[in-house]
Design a protein around this ligand. Structure first.
Ligand code: SF4
Length: 230
């Protein structure tokens, strides 16, 4: 399967849901009206996008696994893909278009709200993409890993992941910085793969109050993982 890009992801979260999500309550009328104004701007500008491909695993070692003939160095990824042939590398972004929203870095509240709205656009796009992947490919339980989320699969592996797609910037406007972060920052990348038991890197990560957490921290699983890597 060739690379597929999805350029028409809608941002259709109702305003009331956005307000509830930000827990503004009734005591913050000024903030509510700022959210309303920014929400309208975001809806007019947002063009979230995604790209993915169906890839195939190859040779595995303790250190890593080949995907489409390219080696990914992560013992954990290799273990998780032990019985999996088909995997789905992807990048999803809230889109560069949102950078056009005017901001003043001294206006802390406005900066905060713009950031929160961009995060919502990204979350919504990711959910849309997951549904599309599940419907289109009739997949059952899916697991998911991102480079940089655990020491075992360092952030520098973004370069290898992006290499599977060619020119990601040309395709959906996302580029890697010299430190392998994605620009725009409201973007996520990783690999989905079918499994019998769901796995998320977040299960092994104890970071508190992470807005991007996708699964509850599992101290037992984390202990097993730590022991296996000693
Ligand atoms: S909890 Fe947050 S930092 Fe930890 S793996 Fe999940 S998304 Fe990444």
């Amino acid at each position: 399967m060739s690379i597929e890009t999805i350029g028409d992801i809608p941002f259709d979260v109702p305003l009331e849901d956005v307000i509830n999500r930000m827990r503004l309550g009734r005591k913050a009328p000024a903030m509510r009206s700022m959210v309303k104004e920014l929400y309208r701007e975001v809806r007019g500008l947002a063009k979230p996008k995604a790209l993915f491909k169906a890839s195939f695993t190859g040779g595995r070692t303790e250190r890593g696994v080949e995907i489409d003939g390219v080696e990914f160095t992560s013992g954990l990824l290799a273990t998780k893909l032990e019985n999996t042939e088909r995997v789905f590398p992807y990048v999803v972004t809230a889109g560069r278009e949102l950078d056009a929203i005017g901001t003043d870095k001294n206006d802390v509240m406005r900066v905060f709200l713009i950031d929160a709205l961009k995060e919502l656009v990204l979350e919504n796009a990711l959910r849309y993409f997951e549904r599309l992947l599940a419907d289109r490919l009739a997949l059952g339980t899916m697991s998911h890993m991102n480079p940089g989320s655990l020491n075992d699969w360092p952030i520098s592996q973004q370069k290898v992941l992006f290499g599977l797609f060619g020119d990601v910037e040309k395709l959906i406007g996302v580029r890697l910085t010299p430190s392998y972060l994605m620009d725009p920052i409201k973007s996520v990348s990783g690999i989905y793969f079918p499994t019998e038991i769901r796995f998320e890197s977040c299960m092994l990560c104890s970071r508190e109050r992470c807005p991007k957490r996708r699964a509850t921290y599992d101290p037992e699983k984390a202990k097993e993982y730590k022991k296996a890597n000693e």
